[in-house]
Design a protein around this ligand. Structure first.
Ligand code: ADP
Length: 304
């Protein structure tokens, strides 16, 4: 079954901006799906329509086979959402924020309390439960947003930039929490600018550009399409222009560093290294120039 099934989705804002120009997108139950795209591509509009904050112009949206136009309350009960903007009452305590959300979904008090305890423990917010939210750090606020979104055990979790502004340690703890949640059956759709996050978490991804879905594929397939990679080599000794003149794939950055751009289908790194060594160029270390996905992403949106 699909957790999400979007057909011919269009959105024109009242000022005439065509934010979505007919998007078709299916996300299977159990998937961890990354929705990517540059700023202004239409990602938040899609998330807003799914969660009913934004009214669509035309097209259909089904959550677990339930059309949001036909049975909105049921469709909404399947969804948990963490918006990009922190949007809770700054003067409410952590536990009240989660419990009020449970009340909003009509959960019994006892069950809500049990769920609250479980979530605060898992998201490492237990010792903050009586704190008003404005006193929390940025990372704690993000985790509170996730706790609030999960209180009614949604089958589909929508995360808009879940680790924006969060330090590395907390980011990693949020990632492992989300991985576990997904492995236990929750379908997750995530928007992010952090392509490392996508590479670590997502199984499938869709790329939106100017209101169109320009790519809908698995992460593995996408990465396998990468046929060129750039590396920076740190050299043992100073290099002269004459030494690298015969290598079109090389570019000197300075006397101790060269950049190589290699097409994996045509040449192997190994044979290049042998030739460099023949010219007396020794390599001290090497690193990838870009995150692999980042390069592919930039290539895709520049050609769409
Ligand atoms: P993303 O989330 O990918 O950055 P958005 O969905 O926020 O993109 O925006 C898509 C397009 O719709 C952009 O051109 C944006 O300026 C426009 N847009 C978003 N919200 C509104 C609005 N309330 N009124 C008019 N235009 C909007």
């Amino acid at each position: 079954m699909n957790a999400l099934d979007i057909r011919s989705l269009k959105k024109t804002y009242t000022n005439g901006t065509k934010a979505l120009k007919g998007v078709n997108l299916q996300v299977a139950q159990g998937d961890f799906f990354g929705l990517l795209g540059p700023n202004g591509a239409g990602k938040s509009t899609i998330i807003g329509i799914i969660s009913s904050l934004i009214r669509k112009t035309s097209g259909s949206v089904k959550i677990f086979n339930t059309d949001i136009d036909k049975n909105f309350a049921l469709a909404k009960s399947f969804i948990g959402i963490t918006p990009q903007e922190l949007n809770f009452n700054q003067f409410e305590t952590v536990e009240d924020i989660v419990l009020n959300q449970a009340g909003f979904y009509g959960m019994r008090k006892k069950l809500a309390r049990e769920r609250l305890d479980e979530l605060l423990e898992k998201l490492r917010l237990e010792d903050r439960r009586k704190e008003v939210s404005r006193n929390l750090s940025g990372g704690m606020k993000r985790r509170l947003m996730i706790a609030r979104a999960l209180v009614h055990k949604p089958k589909l979790l929508l995360l808009d930039e879940p680790t924006a502004g969060v330090d590395i340690e907390i980011r990693h703890s949020i990632w492992s929490f989300l991985k576990e949640l997904n492995s236990l059956g929750t379908t997750i759709i995530l928007t992010t600018h952090n392509l490392e996050e996508v590479e670590i978490l997502c199984r499938n991804i869709g790329i939106i550009n100017s209101g169109h879905l320009i790519e809908d594929t698995s992460l593995r397939t996408l990465l396998s399409q990468l046929d060129s990679e750039s590396y920076i080599l740190d050299l043992e000794d100073e290099v002269t222009d004459a030494q690298i003149a015969d290598f079109p794939e090389l570019k000197a950055i300075d006397k101790h560093q060269i950049e190589i751009n290699i097409n994996k289908k045509e040449k192997s790194l190994n044979s290049l290294f042998v030739k460099l060594s023949d010219k007396g160029i020794g390599i001290r270390s090497m690193r990838n120039k870009n995150n692999r996905l980042e390069k592919l992403f930039l290539d895709l949106i520049s050609t769409s």
